[in-house]
Design a binder for this molecule. Structure first.
Ligand code: CP
Length: 313
């Protein structure tokens, strides 16, 4: 059986193109499973998974839990706000206590970039990064690319524009790594202050004029303005941001060509995306959410075959 080159899913950076294609082929099977009347298979019947979330989440947490349950895994959910972390317990102590209860796999979201990498070095269980600060969100990028592949048939000649708050976005970085590995042309667009200085080193095009970026692309992945990560003001006001970088139907009509609209959620409606686009035929936002379950089932299934991964110290 084909297997992943990694024992953990820490980021897209660590995956090969073959790993990504294997995840997509496995997700194709699980997408068929979750559309059956009985949406469940016994694949992970002997596995226990802890979803450990130190940051808020709607989509990723529920999607992982559903993926785990549809694979028949036992699932425990941990939320830091209701835990002994509040009493000063360290990350490693918290996770080691969870593992002592015979948990096999950790899915973790944490505000500190690199925290899943730290964990993988110190524990003997598979670690899946569900978003580490402004660093990576690998399953989001996998489900985004899977959704593009589903809609376009392949990645051949596909041009993707990633639009908005590139600087603070783990979704942007993971998408750039994934799309580059798949041979896709990438452009980033947004206010100059929200485009990182190192971006050219990642081999992407930069276009500060939103209209030019939209004219160039086949797919626009529109990102949320992450106000919670912005310590200083990067643009004068949300009104001004919406005026220059918000996408609405009038603007798309003016561009006059079909563009697939994506967004990882949650959407700031009326800021980066208007409802007349988010809820339109052009939008595949809810397809992304559906595909997230199949893609996460694939990741969990493929990593579970690598039980007892050992520490990566
Ligand atoms: N896309 C995403 O990560 O959404 P949540 O923060 O709701 O999980």
């Amino acid at each position: 059986m084909a297997e992943l080159s990694v024992n953990h899913l820490l980021g897209i950076r660590e995956l090969t193109k073959n790993d990504i294609e294997l995840i997509f082929e496995t997700a194709d099977y699980f997408k068929e499973v979750i559309n059956r009347p009985i949406k469940k298979v016994p694949s992970l019947r002997d596995i226990t998974i802890a979803n450990v979330f130190f940051e808020n989440s709607t989509r990723t947490r529920i999607s992982f839990e559903l993926a785990e349950k549809r694979l028949s895994a036992d699932v425990v959910n941990f939320s830091s706000s209701a835990s002994s972390v509040k009493k000063g317990e360290t990350l490693l102590d918290t996770i080691n206590n969870i593992l002592a209860m015979k948990v096999d796999m950790i899915v973790m979201r944490h505000s500190s970039p690199g925290s899943p990498h730290f964990l993988a070095k110190h524990i003997n269980a598979n670690v899946i990064n569900a978003g580490d600060g402004t660093h990576e969100h690998p399953t989001q990028a996998l489900l985004d690319c899977y959704s593009i592949r589903e809609r376009k048939g392949s990645f051949k000649n596909v041009k993707v524009a990633i639009i908005g708050d590139i600087l603070h976005s783990r979704v942007a970085l993971s998408n750039i790594f994934a799309l580059k590995k798949l041979g896709v042309e990438i452009m980033v667009s947004g206010p100059n202050t929200l485009i990182p200085k190192y971006i050219h080193e990642l081999g992407v095009l930069v276009e500060l004029d939103l209209k030019k970026a939209l004219r160039w692309c086949d797919v626009a992945n529109v990102l949320r303005i992450q106000l919670e990560r912005q310590q200083v003001k990067y643009f004068p006001s949300l009104r001004e941001y919406a005026l220059y970088f918000g996408i609405n139907k009038k603007l798309l009509d003016e561009i006059g060509k079909p563009i697939i609209i994506m967004h990882p959620g949650p959407i700031n409606r009326g800021v980066e995306l208007n409802s007349d686009v988010a809820d339109s035929e052009a939008s595949i936002i809810l397809d992304q959410v559906e595909n997230g379950v199949a893609v996460r089932m694939a990741v969990l299934y493929l990593l579970a075959s690598k039980k007892n991964p050992g520490t990566s110290k």
